[in-house]
Design a protein around this ligand. Sequence first.
Ligand code: F6R
Length: 260
Amino acid sequence: MEVIVLPGAAEIGRLAADVIERVLKAQPAPVLGLATGSTPEPLYGELIRRHRAEGLSFAHARAFTLDEYVGLPEDHPQRYAAVIRRGLTDHLDLKPDAVQGPNGSAADLLAECLRYEQAIVDAGGVDVQIAGIGSDGHIAFNEPGSSLTSATRLKTLTKRTRADNARFFANADEVPQHVITQGLGTILRSRHLLLIATGAAKAPAVARTVEGPLAASCPASVVQLHPHATVLLDEAAAAQLEHGDYYAEVWAARPSWQPL
Ligand code: F6R
């Protein structure tokens, strides 16, 4: 696990975009794992900029989103399938069917969870997974208590997550109670995990994730189990870390031949 603290979200976006650009250029059929929410917006803005200004191509890539609300109407603007199209994929040259997400309107939701987990396996797994973190320590929508080896399944959002996400809806009651989410085991199988957190509201969850015990009560702490995880933080999100000085030393001393 490498913890990198940068001055702000723009710097994080550029560094994360470098990782994705490298994967896109190195692999014949790269598979990207995409998160929704506010945290990756600067990264997605940077990817769009590189596509437009520098010709960075996604034409040979596929992508899987982390999660989806259950029960929102097909045309609801807050369905994550719509959010990721508006915020990223509509602005790139991905092939039309290259982006997949769990279907929160499936008639058989349990079968849909199994189908989605298998679709990721069939694609060869995720090369680089982008993830944010919830103020309650969730990653994707694995809320506290999630099995550390869980697969894609239905979860119930905490009141806190619904309150956090109420900003995208008319009020917290409109935020669906249920979601389909990739599991912690699914995320652990990604080949590179980029966990991003910005802002002071994330500082307690970041401290528990990075320096607390590995525990289902803080699902994002599975980052400690991942064989190749990079945690990208701004100074506000890193404020409660005990070993911040050491992380800064490691980053400053990083050999130029060692890619992230
Ligand atoms: C979204 C997701 C969530 C968010 C998290 C942080 O697909 O999986 O785990 O990453 O809730 O959300 P923001 O970035 O809006 O603070």
